[in-house]
Ligand binder design. Structure first.
Ligand SMILES: [Ca+2]
Length: 231
């Protein structure tokens, strides 16, 4: 075997091992700057009409982040609903994704009764429009719902707390636009390490919240499961 041939083989082998390493190693992170270490790069504010005039705003601060040196701060001067969004990505129905974020509320923050206070929203898209069936929501307590956030009485944690779930992309969806929301908070909410990673389709999905309309439909479709097991 010539020396040149050996060198080519060595290069090909290292490329193959690198490829296998990528396949077996940590999944690709789909949220850019989810740790807010490069400021607000890649993030933009969205304030629905009913919350305009509540001084909804966001910035990046070094006030006791969960990791690194920064986290994002969402603030409003009254109970308000607003979010920050980032770049979307293509998906296929049946794909499973692990979604997570760390949150903590300022000691003075208040949450409107029944509201989750914080929500990860996945805007499910088909083509250039919204997919039928509504958005997916993940709230504190790892509560997953479709169309609307599930009712909550948990309030918001004052210490860093993980919110996470595994979701399955429903039929009729070809892309996802992720965002994080302050959902009827009066005051200040901090978020850090927002992450979305594709996981193996065998990874169990977090069930929909019992008080979500989608969950009722699931119970009807699977009548042999006792209602008590889902409450
Ligand atoms: Ca950070």
């Amino acid at each position: 075997m010539s020396r040149q041939y050996q060198q080519v083989l060595a290069v090909l082998l290292s490329l193959l091992l690198g490829y296998i390493g990528i396949q077996m190693g940590s999944a690709q992170e789909l949220v850019g700057n989810g740790g807010f270490e490069t400021g607000i790069t890649g993030w933009s504010l969205f304030v629905p009409d009913e919350s305009k005039g509540k001084n909804c705003r966001f910035d990046v601060v070094s006030d006791a982040p969960h990791s690194g040196t920064n986290c994002v701060r969402l603030q409003s001067d009254d109970f308000a609903r607003f979010g920050i969004g980032t770049t979307g990505f293509p998906v296929q129905p049946g794909d499973h994704y692990h979604i997570s974020a760390w949150i903590r509320a300022d000691a003075a923050a208040q949450v409107r009764p029944k509201a989750p206070g914080f929500i990860i929203r996945l805007n499910l898209r088909q083509g250039t429009g919204e997919a039928a069936g509504g958005h997916l929501f993940i709230g504190p307590g790892n509560v997953v719902s479709r169309e609307n956030p599930a009712d909550s009485s948990a309030g918001l944690p004052k210490d860093w707390t993980l919110v996470e779930a595994v979701v399955e992309i429903p039929p009729g969806v070809d892309s996802v636009l992720p965002s994080i929301f302050s959902w009827w908070v009066n005051g200040t909410l901090f978020v850090d390490d927002f992450s979305i990673q594709k996981v193996d389709p065998s990874t169990p999905v977090t069930p929909l919240a019992p008080n979500n309309p989608g969950a009722s439909a699931m119970i009807i479709r699977v009548p042999t499961i006792p209602i008590a097991a889902n409450s």
